[in-house]
Design a protein around this ligand. Structure first.
Ligand SMILES: Nc1ncnc2c1ncn2[C@@H]1O[C@H](COP(=O)(O)OP(=O)(O)OP(=O)(O)O)[C@@H](O)[C@H]1O
Length: 263
């Protein structure tokens, strides 16, 4: 059995007499250490799928199993990083990470161990220098890095990334993508990332899950990205495998499953 097993998952939101079937028959298996991206047009249900894995939303049909345990509620084994950081503004960078560390390791690590674990994770995203700053005093990219440190500090089985770099400028985004690849290489985490960015998906992923348009969206195709790691964006710009993968995703999104604006 795979590390994460999503079987025949469907999700219908119901309100009063009306209901919307957002996802239908989602089947996906993810192995430990894989980096998987989910791409699809706006509104197709990517965040809904991520929320189901996070346990923030309940499946309507089918089931999700993570390491032999059914997912039906949120838990520290699945940390989520959202597009807009969710740091608490009245706490410092250090205190924000500490909040998660205290919750997960309050009983199993001593205060000294917790302190060094917080600093390890801030160092990992190169934010230790800003440990005493509050979120309003640091840039958007820095806030995202602290959010990633906080998520990693929970030592989750799976890191769920919902367009983590979507609100950042292109250069900051590229920098964080490189850091994310470095972290993935060093820690070997299992990561699932939603993105709208084809280059980001190809650069970071082992596999790209392409979703059809909703309603009742499902997985249209899964593309393996057979590029060696570590990956360097400048070298890949002219790499034939990279360009082939990029073209396959573009064709899926803009030829076979074009976005049609709802009336
Ligand atoms: N709690 C909810 N109640 C009712 N409908 C919902 C709920 N959450 C999401 N939806 C609907 O489900 C559909 C998919 O939304 P979702 O946010 O998952 O899409 P998405 O692919 O992540 O979109 P985007 O790329 O624009 O972020 C939308 O039509 C949305 O209105």
């Amino acid at each position: 059995m795979s590390y994460l097993q999503i079987s025949r998952v469907g999700k219908t939101f119901a309100r009063g007499a009306s209901s919307t079937e957002v996802l239908r028959n989602i089947d996906l298996e993810i192995e430990q250490g894989e980096f998987v991206s989910i791409i699809g047009h706006s509104g197709c249900g990517k965040s809904t799928l991520l929320n189901l894995i996070a346990g923030l939303t309940e499946v309507t049909t089918g089931g999700i199993i993570l390491e032999n345990a059914e997912v039906n509620a949120p838990g520290p084994d699945r940390a989520v990083v959202f597009q807009n950081h969710s740091l608490l503004p009245w706490l410092t960078v250090y205190e924000n990470v500490n909040l998660a560390v205290a919750k997960v390791f309050g009983r199993t690590k001593t205060p000294a161990q917790r302190h060094s674990w917080i600093m390890d994770n801030l160092n990992l995203v190169q934010m230790a220098h800003a440990r005493d700053k509050r979120p309003t005093e640091i840039s958007g990219g820095m806030k995202q890095r602290v959010g990633i440190a906080r998520a990693l500090a929970m030592e989750p089985k799976i890191l769920l990334l919902d367009e983590p770099f979507g609100a950042l400028d292109a250069l900051t985004r590229a920098h964080l993508q490189d850091q994310m690849m470095d972290i993935h290489q060093r820690l070997g985490n299992t990561m699932i990332m939603i993105t709208h960015d084809v280059d980001e998906a190809v650069l970071l992923s082992d596999r790209i899950v392409m979703m059809t348009n909703g309603p009742a969206a499902t997985i249209g195709e899964v593309l393996a990205v057979p590029l060696n790691r570590p990956r360097r964006r400048l070298e890949l710009a002219t790499d034939r495998t990279y360009l082939r993968c990029r073209e396959a995703v573009l064709k899926f999104l803009y030829e076979r499953h074009r976005f049609v604006e709802a009336a």
